[in-house]
Design a protein around this ligand. Structure first.
Ligand code: FES
Length: 159
């Protein structure tokens, strides 16, 4: 009887040790995976984009772009969250803006890096121009582009 209890005890101890090893292995795998996928919000070689929260109404997303906006100066860019999705918006001129989807065409990661006028995906490093064209793979298709209009310091993006 005692040996039976001891055997059970040993079994549970072994099971516990195995579970601990599996948990440790899983944690290491998670760490390695996040190293490999480049979970740095800035993305490989990119700076993290400022986030603007906007609202959508009637198929249009609009928000103010004043002197305190992340889009105040030409050459700047921001991520725009509007509830239904995320856009990447770049100011390409005094009154010109571009808007593209933030969903990468490679494996649908959210693009969140921006450097040297290029948007960078954090997952595998694809880069896109502010007009959505692929500048560097592995993505092969351009980002969807949306029309923009700027008047009275309000930027309107038509979805
Ligand atoms: S999901 Fe963007 S590069 Fe792979």
């Amino acid at each position: 009887m005692e040996s039976d209890i001891q055997t059970r005890r040993e079994f549970f101890l072994q099971a516990c040790a195995t579970a601990s090893l599996l948990a440790a292995g899983s944690a290491i795998a998670t760490i390695l995976q996040s190293c490999n996928s480049g979970d740095n919000p800035a993305g490989p070689g990119g700076q993290g984009l400022a986030v603007i929260n906007a609202t959508e109404s009637g198929g249009k997303v609009s928000f103010a772009v004043d002197s305190s906006s992340p889009l105040a100066s030409t050459g700047s860019a921001a991520q725009v969250n509007y509830g239904g999705g995320i856009l990447l918006v770049a100011r390409t001129g005094q009154t010109e803006f571009s808007a593209v989807t933030a969903t990468c065409t490679h494996q649908a990661c959210t693009i969140n890096g921006y450097s040297n006028q290029l948007f960078t995906c954090p997952c595998h490093g694809s880069q896109f121009t502010t007009g959505g064209q692929v500048s560097r793979g592995p993505a092969a298709s351009p980002l969807r582009v949306y029309a923009t209009a700027f008047a009275n310091n309000i930027l309107t993006i038509t979805l």
